[in-house]
Design a protein around this ligand. Structure first.
Ligand code: NDP
Length: 488
């Protein structure tokens, strides 16, 4: 298992860097509880060193052409794809997610992202406004040094989704992974160096919340992008306020899926299962409130139960396994607590509901995929983000009612609609208060589509051309072509 031990804890100024003065911490394989690596948290001095390296390197990086920067990002994408099997194995050891998922959704998504932003780096331009002689042009300039703080569910993907647009636009970057999944961001750094990225442009520092807070408040950092929970988002924005930092916040959700009577039943169930059970339910955009119209309600609940009970749970490194454990014992306790509340508050348990002990993985944090039916809007499981494989099904009668109930939440990350009525699909999706929506599918996040939330689920967008706006600032330049018309 120690095969996952990195060369050192941090990556600063183009090389691995160890600093034993920071507290040591272990990272565990969630399927067995075994220690897979021991690292050291950064000290604030080490973070300051990373900021200084990034500041020193950034101006020369920004002076390169976009095409030159993009070439390096695209080369990094190629190297990631060549090393996908090895990286996916490490991601599975670090997160416990099934290898059949990490092979396609983690390093592969990071590669897509680097390729996409590498491709558009040369196309980042300003605009010109003709004033009939005089004219104004705009320059899209990098912010300087940006920092990212990641959650534990998609460690390498999150690092790439934040860093690739930043680097394409000419910024330097410092990334702090979750201390539960510290490994693959280091591999990303190593690969970027191999692809030709100048030293100091992408740095990784490990640590807990205090190091995240130090990054958020650091005067040498121009932007902070967080993927995490709403309470952490509030703290990070607060810490960023005194320096008036630009922020991107990718936070939690309690997203709705609306299934109308005329939907394809099996497709809607497939979408709802993807939106509740993929990555053992640890996905921010999950559609954890599944509103199903009365006419197909009973059939939906029964078929969802049957299909859920066929999910293969087991050894995450076995390619046949479809669901691994949760990230930690604490996360399992939290999810089991929500399941207990669901039972206590009167939801009908359709399947699952228990922790699982698997032979050979007795110390793994496994849990049965769980479905509750007859859930009402006031129940805790319908209001709070669980971040585990727990689907809540709620019956509804009319479109107006479903939209109003779907929107009655402080969150607004994602939403989905299943219907075969074309006009209703577009009408309801327009009425749903969410940043990322799907019609007749769920949870697909191609790099071409903007991703992010509204309300308390976030600020800003990742992916797509929109991400470039969040890593650049606009300078307007007025150009006079005649004499100055002054009254003085
Ligand atoms: P947390 O909010 O607990 O942590 C996120 C990151 O912030 C971690 O690296 C954490 O460090 C760090 N952190 C904690 N406290 C502070 C602080 N005061 N200042 C700065 N940084 C801090 O989230 P989880 O890791 O538990 O991830 C789950 C949450 O993330 C869920 O709510 C989920 O919805 C959300 N999420 C959102 C996504 C999106 O794109 N919208 C995608 C994925 C997840 P440490 O780990 O050391 O505590």
């Amino acid at each position: 298992m120690t095969a996952a031990q990195p060369k050192a804890s941090h990556y600063i100024n183009g090389e691995y860097r160890e600093d034993m003065s920071g507290s040591s911490f272990e990272t565990h394989y969630p399927a067995s509880g075994e220690t897979i690596a021991t690292l050291h948290a950064a000290t604030t001095d080490l973070v300051d060193e990373a900021v200084a390296a990034a500041r020193a390197a950034q101006p020369a990086w920004a002076k390169m052409t976009g095409v030159e920067r993009g070439r390096i990002l695209r080369k990094a994408a190629d190297i990631i794809r060549e090393r996908n099997a090895e990286i996916s194995r490490i991601e599975t050891l670090d997160t416990g997610k099934a290898i059949q998922e990490t092979l396609v959704a983690d390093a592969a998504s990071a590669a897509d992202c680097l390729e996409y932003f590498g491709g558009i780096a040369g196309g980042i331009t300003g605009e010109t406004a003709d004033l009939g002689g005089d004219f104004v042009y705009t320059r899209r300039e990098p912010l300087g040094v940006c920092a990212g703080i990641g959650a534990w569910n998609y460690p390498m993907q999150i690092a790439a989704w934040k860093a690739a647009p930043a680097l394409a636009a000419g910024n330097a970057f410092i990334f702090k992974p979750s201390e539960m999944t510290p490994l693959t961001a280091l591999i990303l750094a190593e690969i970027l160096t191999e692809a030709g990225l100048p030293a100091g442009i992408f740095n990784v520092v490990q640590g807990f919340g205090d190091i995240g807070a130090h990054l958020a408040s650091h005067p040498g950092i121009d932007k902070i992008s967080l993927t995490g929970s709403v309470p952490t988002g509030e703290k990070v924005m607060g810490a960023a306020a005194p320096t008036l930092k630009n922020v991107t916040m990718e936070l939690g959700g309690k997203s709705p899926i609306l299934v109308f009577d005329d939907a394809s039943l099996e497709d809607a169930i497939g979408g709802a299962m993807l939106g509740n059970f993929y990555s053992t339910g640890q996905i921010c955009s999950n559609g954890t409130r599944v509103f199903v119209q009365r006419g197909i309600y009973d059939r939906f609940v029964e078929r969802a139960r049957v299909r859920t009970e066929t999910i293969r749970i087991g050894d995450p490194l076995d390619p046949e396994t479809q669901m691994g454990p949760l990230i930690s014992a604490a996360q399992r306790e939290k999810v089991l607590g929500y399941i207990a509340k669901g039972k206590d508050e009167g939801a009908r348990l359709v399947t699952g509901g228990d922790a699982l002990t698997l032979q050979g993985f007795e110390n793994g944090h496994y849990i049965a995929p769980t479905i509750f039916a007859d859930v009402t809007d006031d129940m805790t499981i319908a209001r709070e983000e669980i971040f585990g494989p727990v689907m809540s099904i709620l019956p509804f009668e009319t479109e107006e009612e479903a939209v109003a109930r779907a929107n009655a939440t402080e969150f607004g990350l994602a939403a989905g609609v299943f219907t075969s009525d074309l006009t209703r699909a577009h009408r309801t999706v327009a009425a749903l208060e969410a940043g990322t929506t799907w019609i007749n599918t769920y949870n697909l996040t191609p790099i071409e589509a903007p991703f992010g939330g509204v309300k308390r689920s976030g600020i800003g967008r990742e992916n797509s051309k929109a991400a470039i706006d969040h890593y650049t600032r606009l300078k307007s330049v007025y150009v006079a072509t005649g004499p100055v018309d002054s009254p003085y």
